[in-house]
Design a protein around this ligand. Structure first.
Ligand code: GRF
Length: 202
């Protein structure tokens, strides 16, 4: 990160489900000139389809099931251990549906990013598309941002917008935003891996 070196940034991707953003990152990393590589995919759910995508791409996978731990601190400690074991330098959350503890976030601060399907700071939370439709907004989109201790609140790296069409439902909007996510996430990771964007710790 931050150097012109040809050494690729070692990225771990954390998922909980379908993994279409993971796939977009895998596809980007398949380009010889892409400055990052995915060294591990970690899921908190054993049946996450994203794990299949990783296996097809011959990327090592790990399951760290939150149900195996007494509390969030212990789960996050296991995640941290898994990340260190695979020598991850950077973490991408891609549909990872667990809230991370402050202790974990502080350890990875500036080295962990997320994608959220709204134009943050608007429509944080778990149901952004429904909330956007209800609000009567004219635009929505997606945001790649650094992860900080408050959910969906860290500094923005990149956003892409879509128009909201008459007759849009949460489902049709989600599908249109998802297409943007698949270009936005690899583009944001590229900016970081090339050292063009970084997190300034205050
Ligand atoms: C995406 O909409 C992402 O923005 C949100 O969760 C969804 C994950 O989808 N955080 P996928 O698993 O990447 O297909």
């Amino acid at each position: 990160m931050g150097s012109a070196s040809s050494i690729k940034l070692r990225v771990a991707v954390l998922i909980s489900g379908r993994g279409s953003n993971l796939q977009a990152l895998i596809d980007a990393c398949n380009s010889a000139d892409y400055p990052a590589k995915i060294i591990c995919v970690i899921s908190n759910k054993a049946d996450a389809y994203g794990l299949e995508r990783a296996k097809i791409a011959k990327i090592p996978t790990k399951i760290v099931n939150h149900k195996d731990f007494a509390n969030r601190e212990e789960f996050d400690a296991a995640l941290d251990k898994a990340l260190r074991e695979c020598k991850a330098e950077f973490v991408c959350l891609a549909g990872f549906m667990r809230l991370l503890t402050g202790g974990f976030v502080r350890k990875w601060l500036g080295r962990i990013i997320n994608i959220h399907p709204s134009l943050l700071p608007d429509f944080k939370g778990a149901h952004p598309h429904e909330d956007v439709i209800k609000s009567g907004a004219k635009k929505s989109g997606c945001t790649v941002h650094f992860v900080t201790e408050n959910m969906d609140s860290g500094p923005t790296i990149l956003q892409e917008s879509v128009d909201i069409l008459s007759g849009d439902t949460a489902e049709t909007l989600a599908a249109r935003v998802l297409k943007k996510e698949h270009t936005c996430y690899p583009a944001a990771l590229r900016l970081i891996a090339e050292g063009k964007v970084s997190f300034i710790k205050k």
